[in-house]
Design a protein around this ligand. Structure first.
Ligand code: CMC
Length: 437
């Protein structure tokens, strides 16, 4: 069905002052609430809509990801996140997001070959790293080096060329783990490890992070599986802050490397991808189970900026299906590593139990989100807390680039340009500096 055929329903808006009515088309998707098309409202009525933080505004049409926050459902191209994490691999999910379908064996082999072909980065990028202080936050380095890719791969910057768009997408998927691992190695003063294409995506990433030239590295299959699962769980999440940032940056026809760097900057914040780091820092701050009530009271106090990190979600108001999968993975990883009675996991579980019984959290439908458990697993694997958001960025790159590709391929693409409600001073005469009070 085309959009025109669907646009048979209307929503009528009446101005109480003038009595004038405006007929606004209703557009239906395949799942989820329909939307009221307000594109012509200003021309008809002289009014814009007001929706700060875009809590009620659909900014695009997308075929990639569907979330039902009330029911705790997350689908990628129609497949549930539970099935994908159980049965698929990250590269299969990348193919699904980028091209629309799960690959058959030949397609997967071809796609894997294409990604592996691009895993190395231009050798000159090594020198680019050296401009950073060793103690720079890894996300600060990532914002810089990913943006810098546009200075290295001039042959895939023409966004009007389908093949160049595809090569850029493959390059980003292939090089982001290499850059993330280099960031970690740079921080700890160890030599960069070149990628190994005999390993799978997750194994290679763990090798580049934890391998050293002096010793042979054998990937641990349980940890590699858990890493792959973490990548799948973070692959895409429809129009969140970083994805919307990528789309808005790309709507001006900026090149994809620059757009993904913009997404990384947005992801960094503690309300978004930075929450996994914040969860571990919070658990360390709480320290012991007897302190939980004190911190819960602080989280409820509106005069205290403290929030329970890893709790709550803009869309999920029942449970975050990603958190359930990670909770399970968390136990598997800790068992594999022989970590018994991990104090932070015990503290996290107790915090979860008490918070879920507390009327404040129950009434506001605040449940653990994906970040509540990911930090504990990543920490057990050996990643320092400041690397957690980088791992989120590695996984989310496929979502960002798929959303970017979908947008650029939309024939009606126009530069994004939100409106505003101006509340500043009205026009006033300029005051000379000698006359200012
Ligand atoms: N701790 C204490 N109170 C909270 C929390 C929390 N973590 N989250 C929400 N609330 C309260 C909030 O104060 C408000 O209370 P009231 O109605 O009395 O004013 C109510 O719950 C509704 O919250 P909101 O601020 O309207 O929710 P939001 O949709 O704007 O925020 C959020 C969503 C994720 C930013 C927020 O829940 C939060 O800051 N959580 C902690 C950070 C976090 O874990 N972020 C990771 C999100 S999942 C990964 C990702 O997708 O990036």
């Amino acid at each position: 069905m085309t959009e025109k055929e669907i646009e048979k329903k209307y929503f009528t808006l009446t101005n109480d002052e003038t009595g004038e009515s405006y007929k606004l088309p209703v557009i239906e998707g395949t799942l989820g609430p329909s939307v009221i098309d307000v594109r012509k409202l200003y021309a008809q009525s002289g009014y814009f809509t007001f929706d700060p933080s875009f809590t009620s505004t659909g900014s695009c049409k997308s075929r990639l990801t569907f979330i039902d926050g009330e029911k705790g459902i997350l689908l990628h191209r129609g497949y549930t996140i539970e099935e994908l994490t159980e049965k698929s691999s990250f590269l299969e999910v990348c193919h699904l997001l980028l091209y629309g379908d799960l690959p058959n064996q030949n397609e997967l082999d071809e796609f894997t070959k294409n990604i592996k072909y691009h895993t190395m980065v231009n050798e000159q990028i090594n020198y680019f790293f050296r401009g950073f202080r060793r103690d720079a936050h890894p996300m600060a380095i990532m914002c810089g080096v990913v943006g810098a890719l546009s200075a290295f791969y001039h042959d895939s910057l023409d966004i009007y060329d389908k093949r160049q768009r595809e090569i850029s997408a493959h390059r980003l998927l292939a090089k982001i783990p290499t850059l993330a691992a280099m960031t970690y190695k740079y921080n700890i003063g160890q030599p960069f490890m070149y990628p190994r294409n005999d390993l799978n995506y997750a194994e290679n990433f763990l090798y580049m992070c934890f391998g050293v030239p002096a010793e042979e590295y054998k990937p641990n299959p349980v940890l590699a599986k858990a890493m792959d699962r973490i990548f799948i769980l973070h692959a895409d999440h429809e129009q969140n802050a970083s994805t919307s940032t990528v789309r808005l940056a790309g709507s001006s026809y900026a090149n994809p490397f620059a757009c993904i760097a913009a997404g990384i900057a947005s992801l960094w914040g503690p309300s978004h991808g930075g929450a996994n780091q914040a969860v571990l820092e919070m658990l360390s701050e709480i320290g012991s189970k007897d302190k939980i009530p004190e911190f819960l009271e602080r989280a409820k106090d509106k005069n205290d900026p403290f929030r329970l990190m890893g709790f709550g979600h803009r869309v999920y108001k029942n449970y975050d299906p990603r958190a359930g999968v990670l909770r399970e993975s968390c136990h598997e990883v800790l068992e594999e590593l022989g970590v018994k009675n991990e104090p932070r996991l015990e503290l996290a579980m107790e915090l979860e139990r008490i918070a879920l019984e507390d009327p404040y959290f129950v009434e506001r439908k605040l449940f653990p989100n994906v970040d509540f458990y990911s930090g504990i697993i990543l920490n057990a694997m050996g990643f320092p807390t400041n690397m957690f958001t980088v791992l989120f960025a590695v996984a989310r790159t496929v979502g960002w680039i798929s959303q970017w590709k979908e947008m650029v391929e939309e024939p009606t693409l126009r530069i994004g340009r939100p409106r505003q409600l101006y509340t500043g001073p009205t026009k006033r005469p300029y005051v000379d500096i000698n006359e200012r009070k």
